[in-house]
Design a protein around this ligand. Structure first.
Ligand code: FAD
Length: 810
């Protein structure tokens, strides 16, 4: 066994084997996989092993396409062919129009990744799957690439190819401990000796937290028991003369594929069970949980009704095994938060279908620092400190119970709510707030006009459309107040903080005390890594001279990792997170200055406190730090208040607002207004796939100074743009264009929508999209596929509302 290598991958299921193989493909051949038992002896060996192309965002679709292409290549390998039934096809069923709409959106989104889904009616579903009835069925989404694969030979084939490229695989070798050295390299302690390495990868399936504990980390991953059974032969299958497509049923929560001449049916019962919460028997290997078919009777009835042929045949065997879930259903693939040179590929609940792609994207991140797609949707840092065992279990159960019921854009599910609140949350709830969840934080979405008001889950404009419009009108014509909680806020102190930030930002960001600036951080590929608002505060009785770095609510771990990893040992910079200590109250609208003047003794005139200023003051008797910035495009103040004083600041502002008709506004109003202003959202419009010029941020780049990512950016500039972010005006009043929707020139996809929303102040349906450069000129006309409808769209200027910024500077 080697005692020194570049990377040690821990775990020999599909996750580990795929990572090992892809590391060799990305150029790291001195790599090792360590498996406590035999390859696939965790969950992988008993997987139903269906491979689908469906995903709810382009990254998932893209990585699954990679799996499918790779598995076809392995199937066709004459030396070691893998059994892969590619192309049986598959149907996701639907019995509501809203589900069908969702499928139309996902079909539009997948087209941008070169994948064609079809939305078909009930009769066509039954034609393609002759065993199903059309009772209570509207139709479904057809995915022609669906199939299934033999998990054991898949993993062996990947390991074999990796070995051929130079990797080594150590079976019957348990990792017993991990030690990180001062230079951030690792010693992996195993039952057969130590291995020193640069990088470790946790690919331990349901034992993820045993290995996590070895490095002092708890991952938000939970196992659920999951059952399927295989039937005896079904005559209808033999008679059909072709293989049965896969089925996914959100109506009765089961999936189904052909197994020999029978069917394999897997169940997501409501009476589901977590597994291994109190520890896992070390001897549980190549093992299963006891069968418990009583639990699935509710689901089984639905399956019988859909496929009456099932009632005529017996069950050959039952499998009940642990399957891992995370808080939002997507896996954790990428850097482990707070650790150096440590990665994970865990929480895979569809690891056979996705594993090929996840290993590919992870290997790219390890070797090149970034993958070809933006990987935020699977980034382990997307959750921050609130993700304990209890919350993970609650969300895992909810997700399991809703396995095939995708989230609608306006749907916020009930489990694990109130994980992160502020002292204002109950106050706002009592005032009628409807909340959305942002990284665990309860954030006001809009104020309900009556206690029983609710919206129907939908991709279209919903019942809250006019309610949000009224909130926007209040902000435009008088004054509004909003609570923005969870906003990420670091405090940087030390003599070198300005030079450090200057290196991190691709533009020049103000270093003047009392001033605020906006900057963009690039990765080493010259593409967008982050966006931050910087506010410089002079020394005061509240602390030494310091700079606040503010970014998106979910960015805390991500940005901290990025900043810390670029700090030089000799730099005098200290970074402290204040994210959980303070909350923002935004006061916005033409009367905002009057409100500030009434609650705070400072001079709030335009001359004394112009746009992009920051100062410390009191709001009522609450200590506050106020920034003159605006995301709405109206005159606005961002008032940062310690949570202990939040309620008192709120009361003072509300009291001062009465004279001006102040209204609460929520996240929906904010989103609408920022679309009208051309303001961007991190990880919707700001992505690692595009550079700042492609993103239209030219004015925030200064190529006459040094910064992280500059050489790569210069190379990209020389190569020419691949895309351009533009604003679109859609000729429709029905629905927003949701992120992922395809921009079409005839039958050709020429772009992808990143965000869309109604602009109430301009009365237009707006969207942002990355389009091919030839389609970026103002006035260019094409169509956007919105929920299956070709909607005419025109390129309009970014920031259609108050383009001179007169209102926010007033
Ligand atoms: C019943 C069932 C049906 C499923 N059906 C499908 C499906 O149809 N399609 C699909 O895509 N997915 C399906 N899945 C999910 C899929 O099987 C899993 O997502 C996938 O197998 C997980 O692979 P993994 O490599 O992450 O974990 P595992 O396969 O569990 O591998 C982890 C490995 O790590 C090793 N390990 C753990 N601790 C250590 C240590 N300390 N030292 C060394 N090695 C260690 C283990 O021995 C194990 O081999 C199903 C799951 C179940 C339970």
């Amino acid at each position: 066994m080697k005692t020194q290598t570049r990377a040690v991958v821990i775990g020999g299921g599909i996750a580990g084997c795929s990572t090992l193989y892809h590391l060799t493909q990305e150029g790291w051949t001195d790599v090792v996989l360590v498996e406590r038992d035999e390859l696939t002896s965790g969950t992988t060996w008993h997987s139903a092993a269906q491979v689908t192309n469906f995903g709810m965002n382009q990254t998932m679709v893209g990585l699954k396409t990679h799996s499918i292409n790779l598995y076809q290549d392995l199937r066709d390998d004459p030396d070691y062919p893998v059994q892969y039934n590619h192309g049986d096809g598959g149907i996701r069923l639907a019995n509501t129009e809203a589900q069908m709409e969702g499928y139309r959106h996902f079909a539009s989104m997948a087209r941008g990744m070169g994948v064609e889904f079809e939305v078909i009616d009930a009769e066509e579903c039954a034609r393609r799957h002759p065993l199903i009835s059309t009772e209570n069925l509207l139709g479904g989404l057809w995915d022609g690439n669906d199939g299934d694969i033999d998990p054991a030979s898949l993993c062996q084939a990947l390991a074999r190819r990796a070995r051929k490229a130079g990797a080594e695989v150590y079976r019957q070798t348990e990792v017993t401990g991990l030690t990180q050295l001062k230079d951030d390299s690792w010693i992996v302690h195993t039952s057969k000796g130590d291995i020193a390495c640069e990088v470790v990868v946790n690919a331990c399936g349901y034992r993820v937290n045993e290995v996590g504990a070895m490095m002092g980390v708890h991952h938000p991953v939970m196992s659920m028991e999951h059952q399927y059974f295989v039937t005896e032969d079904i005559p209808g299958i033999v008679e059909a003369g072709h293989r049965m497509p896969l089925l996914r049923c959100p109506i009765s929560d089961y999936y189904c594929r052909q197994e020999k001449q029978g069917l394999l049916l897997g169940f997501y019962e409501q009476d589901c069970r977590t597994w291994g919460m109190d520890g896992i028997d070390p001897k549980f290997t190549n093992d299963l949980c006891p069968d418990d078919l009583d639990r699935i009777t509710d689901v089984l009835e639905g399956a019988f009704e859909r496929m009456p042929a099932l009632m005529e045949v017996g069950i050959k065997n039952v499998v009940n095994g642990p399957i891992t879930y995370t808080i939002d259903g997507a896996p954790l693939v990428g850097p482990i938060p707070g650790k150096r040179n440590a990665f994970c590929i865990i929480g895979l609940r569809a690891g056979l279908g996705e594993g090929g792609g996840h290993g590919w994207l992870l290997a790219q991140q390890i070797v090149h620092g970034e993958a070809c797609y933006d990987t935020w949707v699977i980034d382990p840092r997307r959750f921050t400190g609130h993700t304990n065992v209890e919350l993970t279990a609650l969300k895992a159960i909810e997700d399991y119970q809703n396995e095939f019921r995708f989230h609608f854009p306006n749907e916020h599910r009930p489990a694990g709510r109130d994980a992160k609140t502020t002292p204002l949350t109950p106050v706002l709830a009592a005032e009628g707030a409807e909340f959305t969840v942002v990284n665990g934080w309860e954030r006001v979405e809009f104020m309900k006009p009556s206690p029983d008001f609710h919206v129907t889950p939908s991709f279209k404009f919903d019942e809250a459309f006019d309610v949000v419009g009224e909130e926007v009108a209040a902000v435009q014509n008088a004054v509004g107040i909003a609570e923005v909680n969870g906003f990420n806020r670091f405090e940087l102190t030390g003599a070198d903080r300005h030079s450090f930030l200057d290196r991190m930002f691709c533009g020049r960001v103000t270093q003047k005390d009392g001033r605020v600036g906006l900057g963009y951080l690039l990765n080493h590929h010259g593409c967008i890594k982050g966006e931050a608002t910087v506010a410089n505060l002079p020394a005061s009785d509240r602390g030494p001279a310091r700079t606040w770095y503010g970014s998106a609510a979910a960015a805390e771990f991500h940005d901290m990792d990025w900043l810390q990893s670029h700090l030089r040992a000799d730099e005098d910079v200290q970074i402290r997170s204040l994210t959980n200590d303070q909350t923002i109250l935004v006061v916005a609208g033409p009367k905002a200055r009057d409100v500030m003047q009434a609650v705070s003794r400072a001079d709030w005139s335009r001359e004394a406190f112009p746009w992009l200023s920051v100062r410390e003051c009191f709001v009522g008797f609450a200590p506050a730090t106020v920034l003159g910035v605006s995301f709405s495009g109206e005159l606005a103040y961002e008032i940062h208040v310690p949570n202990a004083n939040l309620y008192s600041a709120y009361k003072a502002l509300r009291a001062a607002g009465v004279a001006h008709g102040m209204r609460m506004f929520g996240a929906k109003a904010v989103d609408s207004m920022r679309m009208e202003k051309g303001f961007l959202h991190w990880k919707a419009d700001l992505m690692t796939e595009f550079d700042p010029f492609e993103t239209g941020l030219d004015r925030f780049v200064r190529l006459d100074k040094d910064f992280v990512g500059k050489p790569a950016l210069e190379a990209r500039v020389a190569a020419g743009k691949t895309a351009q972010l533009v604003c679109l005006d859609l000729d429709s009043t029905d629905a927003a264009a949701h992120g992922g929707a395809s921009v079409m020139d005839g039958d050709r996809v020429v772009g992808t929508v990143t965000s869309g929303d109604w602009g109430y102040r301009v009365g237009r349906n707006l969207a942002y999209a990355f389009v091919k450069p030839d389609f970026a000129s103002l006035g260019t006309a094409f169509e956007v596929d919105v929920l299956g409808h070709r909607v005419p769209a025109t390129v309009v200027p970014m920031g259609v509302y108050d383009p001179d910024y007169a209102r926010m500077r007033s």
